[in-house]
Design a binder for this molecule. Structure first.
Ligand code: NAD
Length: 783
């Protein structure tokens, strides 16, 4: 299946968002919308008429323009907006003849969609895929009147909002969809769009919205029964339950109550079972909120409202009985407190649910009903349990899907409790227990297949392990250095594994991948706590040793005789960025946020980050062309001096953290497999390690230019005197210290300057305050 060009019909929230994501992966789109029926005031003033193209394309143009303003950005790179061509459904329909895939993203209305498919069929040609982004309308009904040939090429492709960031894509085959098309679309969405794909059956709201909406309805009903407030429910149904911080009602404010009610009504109006219809009935206070237009963030207030009373910003919560906004409350519950202290999400959930107090009872009732509902509908909405679990994880950002949660709580124990409480447990679940099974996923062993490809003579196994990192043999002569220290921080354990891999361990493999298998981020930097403790104990030799060890480890990687590929994703900060830049190639996921952010804690990069970013900039100068180095140095200074973090891998290439030859992988799931393939490719091409070379610096002269700028910032009170001190140290390193402009220096010379500057900043009280502040609050201190 080749998808080179896509047509999108509808340029609202989702249509434009999908167009943006296609642009992200380099696919041009034609985005069409309806022709407006009236002129705006502005158009009238300009003397335009309804025949003017500018007016006729207005809706699609506005949809496209909104993309450059969304926060967080929907585009990896603002320039990719050019890949979206706009038009309207009356003048430009014929242009759709050239696309490989048409995605319908118009209003959620069956008649409007049916009428559009009739139009689309007129320009449709065999081989062209057509899909709907509907949230829950029947796929079969939408195209019931279309030809069989057309129906065979039609399916549901349900993206979640915002398409760039939400991983879930539900693919819904219609009764006539060609199975091979579903297989091809699954592969395309996974590999080329980076989506987590779940195949759903054609039932109201498909998988994630069916279960998710039900969960929200139960939370609202149980809240009333337990006499809780919206904020109390949010405290009990957020991270402590493995769900996002926005939990239940804050999520509704973000999504919009109007959208939620629409989705809930869709189930209510589509199901036959009276009990289920009741479960999806919208409570009176929500109806009232809708009438008043209190639909959430879009209208400035919903379940919560930000106020600025008495000059103090605060967030109030709605009281559903009085419809007034009142002070938020904290849940008083010993089981909640105990759960918060538990080490991981599974332990948190078990602790919370095993308590005796009202908070624990509330969460049990909520979870129980979602588990039972998921089990009741499992095989009518999905082919398997995993699709439901993945759907909830990717579509609602839950850490555990319902059946995984059930396993955590203990199948046997919970079923006993459900039966004792008079609940009906689906027969197939009872049968599992009768068959002696004690969990849904009993046969599931933690798989490392997602990065293991191909068979190995040596097999997959651990070569060496310590508290912060493991060196795995992942087959075919490739090793993976997996960083798994707390928050993936780089400390002596990780450094010693890096050094082992490039020395004694080196004869165990032919090439190396550096990644973090199970972490949320690649690496958030050096172990700051350890560093601060050594500083406060005046262990200066140890601090020097730690920095030197990390510098040496990075140099060891850089000049290692075997190819090394770094596989960063998510936050890749400070030492994490230095580690990645030390490797031959970076293969990053599209969602990689890399930066040298050390100034935030009063330091400068200490693991070679300064020179690596400098080298990447100087490499951009073509040999033989006489160019002033200063603007390149200035740019590096600005990136490090402002702790700039790139917001996508594409941006990292532009900023210079990644080289043009570094690669981007769209899927986190495939990242390590892709990185391994990259190593094998480098080996196949006869890899040769780089040779150390000297580089030119701008010296005293260049430093003076930068220092004048910094002084002006200080005079203008844009920066503090400590900021100025840090900036001057950074300048000293980046310009090569006390030498003449044009002097060529070695990398080791720059590393020594860097280490000296780093150590001297460690000795500053204000730097130590910054480090302390970061460790206690997680935020940078400006002092
Ligand atoms: P929207 O209201 O933001 O945009 C709808 C677009 O359809 C508008 O640009 C409008 O001009 C156009 N339109 C209206 N009537 C039309 C017609 N008769 N013919 C052609 N175009 C018409 O809506 P949205 O949120 O982007 O939703 C679009 C689709 O995506 C719906 O099916 C919705 O259920 C689904 N969806 C929405 C979300 C979400 O969170 N908003 C998430 C997933 C799926």
């Amino acid at each position: 299946m080749q998808i080179n060009r896509v047509g999108i019909i509808g340029s609202g929230v989702m249509g434009a968002g999908i167009a943006a994501h296609l642009a992200n992966v380099g696919i041009p789109t034609l985005m069409l919308d309806i022709v407006p029926s009236a002129l705006t005031q502005e158009e009238q003033m300009k003397g335009l008429t309804l025949q003017d193209r500018a007016v006729r394309n207005r809706l699609a143009r506005m949809g496209k323009e909104r993309l450059s303003k969304t926060k967080p950005p929907q585009l990896y790179d603002a320039e990719d907006l050019d890949l979206i061509e706009i038009g309207n459904l009356e003048d430009d329909m014929q242009k759709l003849e050239n696309v490989d895939w048409i995605i319908e993203v118009i209003v959620e209305n069956l008649e409007a969609k049916q009428a559009l498919y009739e139009k689309i069929e007129r320009i449709w040609r065999p081989g062209m895929i057509v899909s709907s982004n509907t949230s829950g309308i029947s796929i079969a009904q939408m195209v019931a009147k279309r030809s069989l040939e057309f129906r065979r090429s039609f399916m549901g492709t349900h993206f979640f909002n915002p398409p760039r960031y939400m991983k879930l894509l539900e693919i819904i085959p219609g009764p006539d969809t060609r199975p091979e098309l579903i297989t091809a679309m699954k592969a395309f969405a996974r590999k080329c769009l980076g989506k987590g794909v779940v195949v759903a059956k054609d039932t109201p709201n498909f998988i994630a919205n069916r279960i998710g909406t039900y969960g929200l309805m139960v939370a609202a009903a149980e809240m009333k029964r337990f006499g809780l407030s919206f904020d109390e429910v949010d405290e009990l149904t957020g991270p402590v339950l493995g769900r996002p911080k926005s939990a239940t009602f804050r999520t509704l404010d973000i999504v919009g109550l109007d959208t939620f009610v629409h989705v809930a009504n869709n189930v209510r109006n589509s199901v036959q079972n009276e009990w289920e219809r009741q479960a999806f009935a919208i409570p009176a206070y929500m109806q009232e909120m809708l009438q008043r237009g209190w639909i959430g963030d879009k209208s400035g207030q919903g379940f919560y409202k930000k106020t600025n009373g008495n000059g103090k910003k605060e967030i109030l919560t709605l009281h559903p009985d009085t419809m007034e906004y009142v002070q938020r409350k904290k849940v008083k519950s010993s089981s909640l407190e105990a759960a918060k202290q538990a080490p991981d999400v599974k332990a948190k959930i078990r602790t919370l649910l095993s308590g005796q107090d009202a908070a624990s009872q509330f969460v049990w009732q909520l979870c129980k009903q979602v588990l039972l509902y998921s089990a009741e509908h499992a095989f009518t909405i999905a082919d398997d349990l995993e699709s439901i679990d993945q759907g909830m994880k990717w579509g609602f950002n839950w850490e555990l899907g319902p059946f995984e949660l059930w396993d955590v709580l203990g199948l046997e124990k919970t079923v006993k409790r459900m039966l004792a409480e008079g609940d009906a447990v689906p027969g197939w679940v009872l049968q599992l227990l009768e068959e002696g099974k004690s969990s849904f996923y009993s046969d599931k062993i933690e798989s490392i297949d997602n990065f293991y490809i191909g068979k190995s003579s040596k097999g997959i196994g651990v070569i060496k392990q310590n508290s912060g990192a493991t060196l795995y043999d992942i087959g075919d002569g490739v090793a993976l250095l997996d960083v798994h220290s707390l928050k993936q921080a780089i400390g002596p354990d990780v450094v010693s594994m890096l050094r082992y891999a490039c020395a004694e361990g080196a004869d165990r493999f032919d090439g190396l991948v550096i990644g973090a298998r199970t972490a949320a981020n690649f690496c958030v930097g050096a172990n700051l706590l350890l560093l601060l403790m050594e500083i406060q104990d005046d262990n200066w030799d140890d601090v020097n040793w730690m920095v030197k060890q990390f510098q040496d480890a990075c140099m060891g990687l850089k000049y290692f005789s075997k190819p090394v590929v770094a596989a960063p994703f998510g936050l890749t900060l400070g030492g994490g960025a230095e580690l990645a830049m030390a490797c031959d190639t970076i293969l990053a996921t599209a969602e990689t946020y890399m930066g040298l952010v050390e100034v935030g804690v009063g330091l400068i990069p200490g693991g070679g980050g300064n020179k690596e970013l400098l080298i990447r900039h100087l490499e951009k100068i073509m040999p033989g062309i006489e160019l002033d180095l200063q603007p390149f140095i200035n740019h590096v200074f600005e990136l490090i001096g402002t702790a700039k973090v790139g917001s996508s891998a594409k941006e990292l290439r532009k900023l210079g953290f990644m080289r043009a030859t570094d690669r981007i992988s769209l899927s986190r799931d495939l990242l390590l497999a892709d990185a391994k393939r990259e190593v094998l490719h480098m080996l196949a091409q006869g890899y040769r390690a780089p040779v150390p070379r000297s580089m030119p610096v701008v010296g005293r002269e260049g430093a003076a230019v930068l220092k004048v700028g910094v002084m002006a910032m200080k005079e203008g009170r844009y920066i503090s005197s400590h900021d100025q001190a840090i900036a001057n140290k950074l300048i000293h390193v980046l310009t090569g210290g006390d030498v003449a402009k044009g002097t060529r220096v070695s990398e080791q010379y720059l590393l020594d300057l860097e280490r000296e500057a780093f150590l001297s900043l460690c000795g500053e009280a204000k730097t130590q305050q910054r480090m302390q502040h970061m460790l206690t609050t997680g935020k940078p201190l400006r002092n």
